[in-house]
Design a protein around this ligand. Structure first.
Ligand code: UGA
Length: 434
């Protein structure tokens, strides 16, 4: 099938590349000329495991190409995916200026039937607005479909190629048939393509992300409570998670959820509630609890090292908001670093992928180490912010050799408490005995 993908951010690029992988001919459109040039030259502009291999394969096979011309993309595609940014407005709602701007241009440019598919996370009712914006100028038939994506950064390729479900919000038979045909190769295992109306599809995405954010936040509160009453959250988690109604996944407590999706989507759903005179009390609490969870380690650091951290060096392992990504949006590490710097500490950080992004945000205010052990040199404490695989089983002798004081604040509960004691560390974690 012939596809155009408008917007080559994280969602658009993964969508375009994975659709090409199943034999479709895909043209990706972006207004950023230099990025388009780089992609035409075979460079993947984001870090996402396994994307580079299929990206190169499909470019070489002539199934995946890039252009800055919206017209060229629209002439090529029968199905047009919109994967445009929906940044957070000042009041927390999703800003639709990019989506609706492109929709208006599409109306001016199309001359035969197209299916316009919204992949961005957009508030309920956006498909109607997109339809209206296109209809202002369109001289031919078209359909608008809502097809939210459920990709996780770091696993996006696998999530796209083997989805648990695909949600399609559409009201025309013609569009539904095309979408089912497009996604058939991805659901051969029997996972469903769930067809519903557009508004329900739009809300499904917000409801799913907000539910997961709530699940994590609930566990973070249980962890905080465990510390007060001498229980161990890891045991509680396993005890709870084995109930299949609860499930084992997304129960890991830590230093709060981050990234480009959960924080933005929870706020946007909360704001949509307000606009509809509905007060989402639960989401209000989730937002507040998550905010304070990001710095939950800071009082522990102060009570061990003192509040004045001048002449203290703190090492940070992990800057990205989660492993397998270089994304630092809403990363807890940034909030912790800010507090440490305010208290006068010098900070040395190591992250396998995210250091360049933090460098462009924080400049020289912290130092960046070439290795996880180099970051520990002369440190009075180590703070673990991201559970990268390399941090899970370090050489503790090396850790001890490099550090001045043997103190670890672990925001991701990576290590066994008894083992850490026998290694001679003062070890603080989340929801477990200190
Ligand atoms: C999330 C959703 O999982 C995807 O389904 C969705 O498509 C995506 O948002 C999106 O809307 O685009 P993502 O933000 O990539 O994906 O990351 P997750 O793996 O879901 O993690 C989100 C945050 O929750 C991270 O900060 C992670 O550290 C935290 N988390 C996750 C926990 O603190 N505990 C857990 O048990 C699981």
């Amino acid at each position: 099938m012939k596809i155009a993908v408008i917007g080559t951010g994280y969602v658009g690029l993964v969508t375009g590349t994975c659709l090409a992988e199943t034999g479709n001919e895909v043209v990706c459109v972006d207004i950023d000329e230099s990025k388009v040039k780089r992609m035409q030259g075979g460079e993947v502009p984001i870090y996402e495991p396994h994307l580079d291999v299929i990206f190169e394969r499909n470019i070489n096979a002539g199934r995946l190409s890039f252009t800055t011309s919206l017209k060229e993309g629209l002439n090529h595609g029968d199905i047009i995916f919109l994967a445009l940014p929906t940044p957070e407005d000042e009041d927390g709602s999703a800003d639709l200026k990019y989506v609706l701007g492109v929709a208006e241009d599409i109306g001016k440019l199309i001359s035969e039937y197209k299916v316009i598919v919204d992949k961005s996370t957009v508030p309920v009712g956006t498909s109607d607005k997109v339809r209206e914006s296109i209809a202002k100028n369109a001289k031919c038939e078209f359909d608008v479909v809502s097809n939210p994506e459920f990709l996780r950064e770091g696993f996006a390729v696998d999530d796209f190629l083997k989805p648990e479900r695909i949600v399609v919000g559409a009201s025309s038979e013609r569009a539904i048939n095309l979408m089912q045909k497009l996604y058939k190769p991805f659901v051969r295992s029997g996972n469903p393509v769930i067809i519903m109306d557009e508004r329900s599809a739009e809300l499904t995405k917000y409801a799913a992300n907000s539910f997961l954010a709530t699940k994590i936040t609930f566990m973070n509160e249980i962890a905080n409570f465990c510390e007060k009453v001498g229980a161990d959250v890891d045991k509680v988690r396993i005890g709870m998670g084995t109930d299949s109604r609860i499930g084992k996944r997304f129960l890991f407590p830590g230093i709060g959820y981050g990234g480009s999706c959960f924080p933005k989507d929870v706020k946007a759903l909360h704001k949509s509630g307000k606009d509809a005179q509905y007060d989402f009390k639960i989401l209000e609490s989730v937002i507040q609890v998550n905010h304070s969870q990001k710095t939950i380690l800071v009082p522990k650091i102060f009570s061990h090292l003192g509040k004045d951290l001048r002449n203290k060096k703190v090492a940070i392992w992990g800057l990205a908001f989660k492993p397998e990504t270089d994304d630092i949006r809403e990363a807890p590490s940034l909030y912790i670093i800010e507090e440490l710097l305010k208290a006068g500490a010098s900070v040395a950080a190591f992250d396998p992928e995210a250091m360049d992004n933090v460098k462009s945000r924080l400049g020289d205010s912290i130092s960046f180490a070439k290795s996880m052990y180099e970051a520990l040199e002369g440190a009075n404490a180590l703070v673990i912010c991201t559970e990268w695989g390399v941090f899970r089983n370090p050489n503790f002798n090396k850790v001890k050799e490099h550090m001045d004081q043997k103190v670890i604040f672990d925001g991701r509960n990576l290590y066994d408490i008894t083992e850490m004691r026998s290694e001679g560390f003062s070890y603080y974690s989340i929801g477990r005995e200190d």
